[in-house]
Every structure is written in structure tokens, then in C-alpha cells.
Design a protein around this ligand. Sequence first.
Ligand SMILES: Cc1cc2nc3c(=O)[nH]c(=O)nc-3n(C[C@H](O)[C@H](O)[C@H](O)COP(=O)(O)OP(=O)(O)OC[C@H]3O[C@@H](n4cnc5c(N)ncnc54)[C@H](O)[C@@H]3O)c2cc1C
Length: 520
Amino acid sequence: MIEQNNSAVKRVVIVGGGTAGWLVAASLAAHFDTSDQGFSVILVESDTVGTIGVGEGTWPSMRTTLNKIGISETEFVRQCGASFKQGSQFRGWSQGGGESYYHPFSLPEQFTSVNPWDWWQSTNSEADYANTVSSQASVCEASKAPKQIDMPGYAYALNYGYHLDAGKFAELLRTHSTERLGVNHIVDHLVGVETDADDFLVGVRGEKSGLIEGDLFIDCSGFHAFLLNGYYGIGVNTEPSKYLFNDRALAVQLPYENEQSPIASVTLGTAHSAGWTWDIGLQHRRGVGRIFSSAHQTDDEAEAGLRDYVQQTAPHVKFDELSPRQIKFQSGFRDKFWHKNCVAVGLSAGFVEPLEASALVLVELSAKFLCDHMPVDRQTMAITAKRFNAQFTYRWKEIVRFLKLHYVLNRRSDSEYWQAHRQTETSPDDLIELLALWHTRAPWHQDEGRVDDLFPSASYQYVLYGMGFETKGNGHVKRHAPNFDAVSRLRHQQEQKYLSHLPTNRELVQQLLTREFRAP
Ligand SMILES: Cc1cc2nc3c(=O)[nH]c(=O)nc-3n(C[C@H](O)[C@H](O)[C@H](O)COP(=O)(O)OP(=O)(O)OC[C@H]3O[C@@H](n4cnc5c(N)ncnc54)[C@H](O)[C@@H]3O)c2cc1C
């Protein structure tokens, strides 16, 4: 044990070289001046423990993150096998048949001033909700890209994130961080820590490197949570697993039938009797995974279900030649994320099932928080830690609530899994309250405690009305009706323009092989 140290935060040590570790490293090194010895970022990753190797869907926020850390969009798309993701399509979640709905990333037309529910009701409440209020659903249906090749990098016609190859992404971030941003990279398996009299970390001990000293430690060691759990023993709040039953994934990678096969513009999420199957189209392959609840389905049943899915959607692939990879997890998040001078980011902070791909966005938000609020010394660190813990506990809870919304409204009668999802005690109380409210009026900007923090009220509407939820509305409200016809006409014009001018997702990634997006 070493004496207490109140010095300024100058050396940040990141433990773990998965997507979380490298995103944080790149964000910090792009934000702070690492050119002299004043501030340095060191990333240590084990040579014996691998990365999780999944995590292929991002939110639109990734565009801002990549731009900020200085990676051009062309380089990113080329090197990560990436394609453009404009949201998700959910198939069979409501009744288990051929029904489906979109949750697109673009907000409905005129969203700041016009509540799209009013508009939908005033036009045709029998029509598909997403298709009525947004032009993006039909763009996705046509596997179109969200932009054209002659637009600047990261700019868009329709809002988008990415589908990417997680392994290649970590590689690109590593090269960029070490070669262009001055991050120090150490490959070594960590076996211990050194602390001071206040139980603050002063260093982590590697098998080969000995003590690696630092002032602030970011635990990005994945499910191992080497520092926050391994040393500090901070546990996981597993309450989310009461609401979100899935705890297994079975993942495979599928080649396309040929080089011209369409690339889907959305993550496809197809419900099955005990969970759902993700289907993500990259440039060179699809990533497909069956998410299921081990309490409701055996491993053999899950594999048989995955086999059926592959045979139906990729008849050119021989399932027996694939090696499905099983990943076990439990939905939950740490009781706190920042303790003393150690902050958990990524899987070490928590994980809830990958519906709506909410993990990387939390990494991006954590990195942004660290850039914006980096404590200058130990005195301010406790205040910063308290704020970080409050903000991220709120965000994890919001994600759990939003994910549960996809399940609670189902009307499927084919399995105990879906029936259990409808029982009141399997939903968080605040979701039950919100649903009662939304039966009387549609979600709107102020419904979340923090306005549109992670999910805008439009996202709640896309899921609610996609699932067939009914809002009665308050018949006594005076309608200072905006001109809904004009909004409808605008939406229709936009749709026609996008459908006739945008390339397909496949065409855009092919154009990027020889041409580049302009600088943003
Ligand atoms: C089935 C599944 C699907 C997912 N899909 C999505 C998705 O679509 N979108 C999304 O945003 N997220 C998704 N995620 C989450 C996403 O994969 C992770 O958030 C992301 O990859 C970050 O992982 P990580 O870097 O925290 O951990 P990891 O990738 O596990 O990296 C951990 C790192 O810590 C290092 N390490 C561990 N122990 C030590 C030690 N003792 N010494 C030194 N180093 C050590 C390892 O070497 C490794 O470098 C998914 C997750 C799962 C399980």
C-alpha cells in the first residue's frame, strides 16, 4: 500500500482492448492534448483473454463519435465491412404471424411541433404508423441507403448508424489511436493492483510489465470487470433480468449468395417462441444470432430454431458447416460504475440483451462524459463520480424500460414466454404507469424524466403503435390543428424524392470502393 496521493489526473489507464476500451482511448486522446507529457492515455489488453467479438449494430451517435475522433467515414466503411443502418424492423412480435413494424432512426416529419399521433389519427389510424408519419420506412423496405456518394462524410438525407464488423472495428480504432492519437498500448495480462491508503488505485500489475501506474483507471475488461468487480467487489443489479428473460445468444456468420445480394438497411429482429433472432447485413456477410431464454428453451431447441432460420433465409448455406457460437449473459448493470478512481465502461458496466443495440451508445456517452467532465484531481473526483453514477443508472433503467416495451404489448398465445412477458409483475412499475398514461394520450417530449435523453418520444410511438397499442386521446382537447394535410403531402414528396434518388445500400458501399465521401 502506498501513501495517499492528491495529485492531478494526468495518466489515464484503460484496462481492455475491446470496442469499449479503444473507443474510450480514442475519444480521450482526441479530446485532450497528449503531445507532451502533461496528459497520457495508456491501454493495456490481455494477450490471453479475447474480446467478445460481437456487437455489430450502432446508433446514429456513432457518426458524431467517429467524426470527433478523426476517422473519415470512407475509411471507416471500407475497413470495417460496414453498411448503413436506418433502424430496426420487428417481425412477428405482436401476434407471431407475418406482421411487422419499423422503428426508423429519423424522427417523424415536423416532430418538434406536431405530435405524430394526432396526425396519424387525423389521416388514417388503420394505416401503418411508421409509414404514415415517416418516409424512412419505405426507404428501408427498398433497402436504400440514407445518403448519396457526393454528400459529405457523416452528413445524411435520412438519419443512420452502422452495421459493422466488431473485430475489424477494434483493429481500426487501435491503429488510429496508437499511430495518430498517441495512445500508449501495452499487451499484457493483468494479475493484480496496487492501492494507496485511501484504497484508490495507483497501478495495475501485468505479468510481464510489472506495475503500470495511473491516476484514473477505466475498466473496459468486459464481463470480467477486472477492477470494479475483481478488486472493488462492486456487484451487479440483476433486477433487469426479471423483466428481460433472455440470457443466451447463439451466433453465426453467413455469406451472401453473391456479391450483388441486397444489404438490408435495418437490423431485422424476428420473434420466435422464446426470444428473437437478429439479422445484420454487413458488406461481405450477414451476422445472425438467436437470442433466447434458457428458462423457456433448451440449447438444442435454440440450435434447431437457428437452423430453420438459416435454411429459410440463406438456402445456399449449409448449416452443418457453420460453428454457432454460444454466449451466456445475464441482464443487469453495476450497483455503481465509478468507485474511487475507477470507472467501468462497456460490458464491465453491465449488459442487457442486444435488442435495439444499446451497448455501444453507452460506451460513447461514457467516453463523452469523461471528456467533458474529466476531474482535474481527487477532490473533484468524488463529485464527478456521483454525477456519473446517477446519470448512467438512470440511462440503464431507461434502456430496460424501453426494451421491455417491445415485449409487454405482445398478443402472442403460442408460448409461456410471451404470456409471461405480459404479466404486470414482469414489467418495471414506471413502465406500467406510463402505459396507463399513454392509453389516454400519446407519448410526447416531456414524458421521460429527462427530455428525450436516449429514446425520443417518437421511438416510444414507433414501438407502441407498431405493436398495435391503442391510445384513446382526450376528446375535450381543443384541436389547434396544424395543417395535417400539408404535413402528409410533405412526407409523401420526401418519400418519392428519396426513393428515386437514393442508391441502394449495396450500391453505396460499392461506390465507396473507388470514390470517397467529401470531408464533413
Ligand atoms: C450477443 C451480443 C450481441 C451484441 N450486440 C450488440 C449490438 O448489436 N450493438 C451494440 O452496441 N452492442 C452489442 N453488444 C455489446 C457489445 O458487444 C459490447 O458492448 C462491446 O463489444 C464492448 O465490449 P467490451 O469492450 O466492453 O468487452 P470485450 O470485447 O469483452 O473486451 C474486453 C477486453 O478486456 C481485456 N481483459 C480482460 N481481462 C483482462 C486482464 N486480466 N488483463 C488485461 N486485459 C484484460 C480483454 O483482453 C479484452 O481486450 C452485444 C453483446 C452481446 C453479448
